[in-house]
Design a binder for this molecule. Structure first.
Ligand code: HPA
Length: 279
C-alpha cells in the first residue's frame, strides 16, 4: 500500500517530540563508508529508524540505520547514518520516505552523499564528484502512485533538481579547502550486483559519469517537495570493465575511509552555505 500524507505526518511528529526544540535545516544522507561524519555532530539526539512509525530500516553493510540530529558546522542537521536502498527489497517510495518526513520537520535542503564507481575514465579512485544531474531510465521511481499534493505537483520539474546555487557553493568550498572537485552525471542502477561491463559501456554512451545504487529516489522526492539539493559522489572504484580486474565490495569501504579527511572537510565547508535559497 502506498503511503498517505498522515503516515509522513505521524513519523515527523514522533521525531519532533524528541528534538527538544532543535529545528533541523539540512538533511545530510551519508552513503557507504561515509557514516563517520555523524560522529562530529554536537549535542546529538539519536533516533534509530526502527523506533519511528512507518520507517524502514537499513540493512546494507556499514549503514548504522539511525538519525543523528544536532549541530554540524553551525547548521542544525538531520544526519542519516545509513539509508535505505531498492536492492534491500524496499520500494523507491520507502527509500525516499525520510526526505518527506524531513521536509515536514522544516528541513529546506538535502545534502546527499554516496559511494560510486567511475564510468568516466578521466576520474580516479578517491575523486569527489559534484553531481550536476542524474539518469534513472528504467528503474523504480518514488513518485509513482497517487500524488500527495501537500508535497508537490503530479508532474514535477527536474531541470534544476541539483540546485545551481548549491553547486556554486560547493565549488567555492572546494576551492577554499584546496580540494579538487570533479563534476558529473550520476547513473542509477538498482544493484545489488555491480554492473556488467556492457551496462557501464551503455551508461557512458548515454552520458553517465558515475554509477551508483542510491541517491536518485531521495533527490526526486526532494525536488518534488521543493527542497534544494546538493549531491556528492566519492569514487571508490572504477566501474566494471574500465580496468581489467574484478570489482570487490571491500574496496568501496576502504576507498571511502581513505578519503575521510577530504570528504568531511568538503561537507562541513559546504554546510554553512546551504541556506535554502537558490541564489
Ligand atoms: N557501481 C554501483 N554502485 C557502486 C559502485 C559501482 O561500481 N561502487 C560503489 N557503489
Amino acid at each position: 500500500m502506498p503511503f498517505v500524507y498522515e503516515d509522513y505526518a505521524e513519523s515527523a511528529e514522533y521525531i519532533r517530540r524528541r528534538l527538544d526544540g532543535r529545528r533541523p535545516e539540512v538533511l545530510l544522507i551519508l552513503g557507504s563508508g561515509l557514516g563517520y561524519l555523524a560522529e562530529q555532530v554536537r549535542e546529538p539526539v539519536i533516533i534509530p529508524y526502527g523506533e519511528i512509525p512507518h520507517f524502514a530500516v537499513s540493512t546494507a553493510p556499514d549503514h548504522a540505520g539511525r538519525f543523528v540530529i544536532g549541530n554540524l558546522a553551525g547548521r542544525c542537521v538531520m544526519v542519516m547514518q545509513g539509508r535505505m536502498h531498492v536492492y534491500e527489497g524496499y520500494t523507491a517510495e520507502q527509500t525516499a520516505y525520510p526526505v518527506r518526513v524531513a521536509r515536514l520537520l522544516g528541513v529546506h535542503s538535502l545534502l546527499a552523499t554516496n559511494a560510486c564507481g567511475a564510468i568516466n575514465t578521466s576520474y580516479a579512485v578517491g575523486d569527489i564528484v559534484l553531481l550536476t544531474d542524474h539518469i534513472r531510465l528504467f528503474d523504480p521511481d518514488p513518485l509513482i502512485g497517487p500524488n500527495i499534493p501537500e508535497f508537490g505537483p503530479r508532474f514535477c520539474d527536474m531541470t534544476y533538481a541539483y540546485t545551481p546555487a548549491y553547486r556554486d557553493a560547493a565549488r567555492r568550498a572546494a576551492a577554499r579547502e584546496g580540494i579538487v572537485l570533479r563534476e558529473g552525471v550520476y547513473f542509477y542502477f538498482t544493484g545489488p550486483q555491480f554492473e556488467t561491463p556492457a551496462e557501464i559501456h551503455a551508461a557512458r554512451a548515454l552520458g553517465g559519469d558515475v554509477a551508483g545504487m542510491s541517491t536518485v529516489a531521495e533527490v526526486i522526492a526532494a525536488a518534488h517537495c521543493g527542497m534544494k539539493v546538493l549531491g556528492f559522489s566519492l569514487v571508490t572504484n572504477m566501474a566494471a570493465g574500465v580496468l581489467e580486474q574484478k570489482l570487490d565490495g571491500a574496496e568501496v569501504t576502504a576507498a571511502a575511509e581513505a578519503a575521510a579527511g577530504r570528504f568531511s572537510a568538503l561537507v562541513t565547508g559546504c554546510l554553512p552555505l546551504l541556506d535554502g535559497k537558490d541564489r
